[in-house]
Design a protein around this ligand. Structure first.
Ligand SMILES: [Zn+2]
Length: 530
């Protein structure tokens, strides 16, 4: 990500009332990106005079869409910028500005003296909202002091880094406010931008996704309260809010912007760890993970208490996010997912020159051979649905197959999995034992294990031995992605063996497993490419 540390923004917000009282004009003065040019970002405004070293702006509304007399800017001049270096002025759209800013490397700011004159006469707010006056930068080393620093101690954020830069986010929020024709005090916009910057960065979330979620949930209103007692910007249930706020060490006040955004980002982050894909994480934000799980298993699109359908909800938020990327002339992140399949056993042990073939079933069938074949068929189906699939081994009796479990999980994690599934077959001394069981280890993996287990069972119609937690399974110890181990049946039982020993049966088994993975990722209901 490129730096725009050197960019200094002075935000001047003019609140212009029409008869309807809902129109804003935003003027951003950007001072300066390099030593000789003053960049002005404007939305509906601007004329200026310059004598080379100072530039004086006049406030003149040139748009014809507002009713005459509904607003007045009478005092001129209202803003003068002076510099010892010769200045020229470049007028950019917000989009052009961002592109320009992102293209600049750090430059030393000249000593520019900005004098904002008579702004109180000019600004004519029509509501009780008081736009903040721009702060005058006093030196070249602290450009982000324009934005007040929240009191919370936790994450440290390097200012001025690309998408997470508070000023970038401020522009993004203003863009969205214009889109939904909503008026929010400038100070609140700054607060929201600053908080999203801190917490989206802290939880490694797409900040534009967080802005989309804020817009969807509360329309950028920090005091929003829903009928179901969801409170604040990201509309969090009070019971959730207080417990998360305590663990995050933020204020126990759901109407405090920074605290509320902190908790909202934490909850979205949890959803992202469990569901990996923004589309699914957003549905989970609306329904809760249990609700989303039930919705998947029922094959329906559940709604929240107000009747909001989760798929539509997720798509709206994603569309808002994408519109912000487009506004900045940036490409939204492309979703690419890595599924790591681990066909159990098959490892080569160099110390004795033997392969680990796993269990031995009826007619001398090997577990390692059964699960490799099924895994490869699963991989084919997933790849044809646009997923990237990696495997911890692709051959029987290959000396490169990992034997040691440490080596095996190191290999698996080197692929940076979004989800991980280990595929095994069961055995027992008695041939009567039969059926399917699926294991998960850490909290984020329960729903993944359950989805795969249920989809597989539905397909193969074997006995259900349940979905179980086992905190000792070594291969399932990853904590940033869901992982599970499925035992696809007993190769020592005639009924299960009938399925697992034939190509047709293994295809059927693979279809069940693949279906579960696709359902879990919501790929059975939505195109991958968004
Ligand atoms: Zn095994």
């Amino acid at each position: 990500m490129r730096k725009i540390t050197s960019v200094m923004l002075i935000l001047v917000l003019l609140s212009l009332g029409t008869v309807q009282g809902e129109t804003w004009s935003t003027v951003l003065l950007v001072s300066p990106i390099n030593t000789t040019q003053l960049y002005v970002v404007t939305n509906g405004f601007t004329s200026y005079k310059t004598d080379g070293h100072s530039v004086t702006f006049s406030s003149k509304w040139s748009g014809g869409s507002l009713e005459t007399g509904a607003f007045q800017i009478t005092a001129n001049p209202w803003l003068t910028v002076t510099s010892s270096a010769p200045l020229s002025v470049k007028n950019l759209s917000p989009k052009e500005f961002l592109v320009t800013a992102l293209d600049q490397v750090a430059v030393v700011l000249p000593n520019v003296d900005v004098d904002v004159q008579t702004t109180t006469e000019i600004i004519t707010p029509t509501s009780s909202e008081t736009p903040t006056l721009p702060e005058t930068p006093t030196n070249t080393e602290t450009p982000t002091e324009v934005v007040p620093t929240p009191p919370v101690v936790t994450p440290s954020i390097e200012p001025g880094i690309g998408l997470y830069d508070p000023q970038t986010l401020q522009l993004a929020i203003e863009f969205r406010l214009g889109k939904i024709n909503r008026q929010v005090p400038a100070a609140t916009v700054v607060q929201i931008a600053t908080s999203v910057s801190r917490w989206a960065n802290y939880f490694n979330l797409d900040p534009f996704l967080v802005i989309g979620l804020i817009e969807m949930e509360s329309g950028f209103n920090p005091n929003a309260v829903s009928t179901s007692s969801a409170v604040g910007l990201m509309q969090i249930l009070e019971s959730n809010f207080y417990s998360y706020a305590a663990t995050l060490g933020v204020k126990s006040d759901p109407f405090d912007v920074d605290s509320n955004v902190a908790v909202g980002c934490k909850m979205l982050s949890n959803s992202m760890v469990t569901w990996q894909r923004p589309f699914m994480a957003l549905r989970s934000y609306l329904l809760g993970s249990t609700g989303l799980m039930n919705s998947i298993l029922a094959g329906s699109d559940a709604a929240d208490s107000k009747g909001t359908q989760s798929m539509n909800y997720a798509n709206v938020v994603l569309n808002i996010r994408n519109s912000i990327y487009q506004y900045f002339n940036l490409t939204p992140p492309k979703e690419q997912y890595v599924v790591v399949l681990d066909p159990g056993h098959g490892g080569y042990n160099p110390s004795n020159g033997m392969y680990n073939m796993g269990a031995i079933g009826l007619n001398g069938i090997y577990e390692s051979e059964v699960v490799l074949d099924i895994s490869q068929k699963v991989a084919d189906i997933l790849r044809s649905n646009g997923l990237t699939v990696q495997m911890t081994r692709t051959k029987e009796k290959d000396k490169s197959n990992p034997y040691d479990l440490e080596d095996r999980i190191r290999l698996a994690e080197s692929f940076k999995p979004n989800i991980f599934l280990s595929i095994h077959a069961n055995s027992f001394t008695s041939s009567t034992a039969n059926g399917v069981e699926t294991y998960w280890r850490t909290w984020q993996s329960k729903w993944f294990a359950t989805t795969v287990h249920n989809a597989y069972l539905k397909q193969v119609q074997l006995k259900d031995r349940g979905v179980k937690q086992d905190t000792t399974l070594f291969m399932l110890k990853g904590e940033t992605y869901p992982s599970a181990m499925i035992e696809v049946g007993f190769i020592t039982n005639p009924v299960d063996y009938a399925l697992l020993s034939t190509p047709e049966g293994r295809t059927k088994a693979a279809q069940g497993i693949a279906k579960g993975i696709l359902q879990f990722m919501g790929i059975d209901v939505k195109p991958l490419d968004r």
